[in-house]
Design a protein around this ligand. Structure first.
Ligand code: IPM
Ligand code: MG
Length: 351
């Protein structure tokens, strides 16, 4: 099993190192090769997605990614910025299905800013479309109008087959869970998402057991805070999914807990924490490695079909939390505050 390991920028290298240790601890036959992406790619090869990195990722069965981005690259031309590397690799590998589970570990109920009774038992799967929408739609750009004023343009667009394939992923996942899909759109204003809603309704005919509901994105943002346990699977487009998944992560106590899988049509996948590169705390060994470690578990589950070892990692994370280990972001009084590498070591020990 070949894994391309792309640590990236900021806290990426620290958190990825812990996930790699945990994977090694399973004593599986894994071949892991590292390559730079994002700002690290720009430094190494003048490109946020160097050719060699893309090649490695294409040849691998799965990709383990840390995070990309650092303020120091904000002044670069757009195509050289770290985020372009991430968006390009998603597109090049055709990773259209982004799964972001928001799961509350009981031990962390008090780390959430919401009341424990609102979040306890929370288990939501956000299915975010990842290679379309306003993120990739043409035309785009900033141009100067005849009157000398500048104008920015992005285009929200989805075609039917793009909506259908992400819808199928959501329905298939719901069949293995509580058989509820909530499709999030803005069909009252945006035609793109009016089509989205129609296609979801058509598709639902193939899944008579699944209960399909629809929600406008503004309401969904509110409902996630008001009564998050009403959701099972949420399916939505790229930009709404970006925003709602950050919001959902905080229900679980910290965005540092939220893993993700980005899959193509054959379950090849890229696995990364849903959070960013947090350059402000990079190199301090205080970041939370659990989202990345849990992403490695998702890799075993979705790409390598190895449920046993996926569950082993998830149980080891639960054990580390039950033993009271907490990184700064999830620390509450009475628990043990530990560093990034100590948390990794605690998970490894629990394996
Ligand atoms: C995410 C991130 C990325 C996105 C950025 C870094 C381009 O926010 O994975 O959610 O917007 O998709
Ligand atoms: Mg995001």
């Amino acid at each position: 099993m070949k894994i391309a390991v792309l640590p990236g920028d900021g806290i990426g290298p620290e958190i990825v190192a812990q996930a790699v240790n945990v994977l090694k601890g399973l004593k599986l036959d894994l071949e892991m090769t590292e390559a730079p992406i994002g700002g690290a790619g720009y430094e190494a090869a003048g490109d946020p997605l160097p050719d060699a990195t893309l090649q490695l990722a294409k040849e691998a069965d799965a990709v383990l990614l840390g995070a990309v981005g650092d303020w120091k690259y904000d002044k670069l031309e757009r195509h050289l910025r770290p985020e372009r590397g991430l968006l390009r690799i998603r597109k090049e590998l055709n990773l259209f299905a982004n799964l972001r589970p928001a799961l509350l570990y009981p031990e962390l109920a008090s780390a959430s800013t919401l009341k424990p009774e609102v979040v306890s038992g929370l288990d939501i799967m956000i299915v975010r479309e990842l290679t379309g929408d306003i993120y990739f739609g043409q035309p785009r750009g900033i141009s100067t109008l005849e009157n000398g004023e500048r104008e920015g343009i992005n285009t929200m667009r989805y075609n039917e087959s793009e909506i259908k394939r992400i819808g199928r992923v959501a329905f298939d996942i719901a069949m293995k869970r509580n058989k509820k899909v909530c499709s999030v759109d803005k069909a009252n204003v945006l035609e793109t998402t009016e089509l989205w809603r129609q296609v979801m309704i058509e598709l639902s005919k193939d899944y008579p057991e699944v209960e399909l509901s629809h929600m406008y994105v503004d309401n969904a943002a509110m409902q996630l805070i008001r009564a998050p346990k009403q959701f099972d699977v949420m399916v939505t487009g790229n930009i709404f999914g970006d925003i709602l998944s950050d919001e959902a992560s905080m229900l679980t106590g910290s965005i540092g807990m939220l893993p993700s899988a980005s899959l193509d049509a054959n379950n090849k996948g890229m696995y990364e924490p849903s959070h960013g590169s947090a350059p402000d705390i990079a190199g301090k060994n205080i970041a939370n490695p659990l989202a990345t470690i849990l992403s490695a578990a998702m890799m075993l589950r979705y790409t390598f079909n190895d449920e046993t070892n996926a569950v082993r990692i998830e149980n080891a994370v639960k054990k580390a939390l039950a033993d009271g280990y907490r990184t700064a972001d999830i620390y509450t009084e009475g628990t043990k505050k530990v560093t990034c590498s100590d948390m990794g070591a605690a998970v490894l020990a629990a394996l």
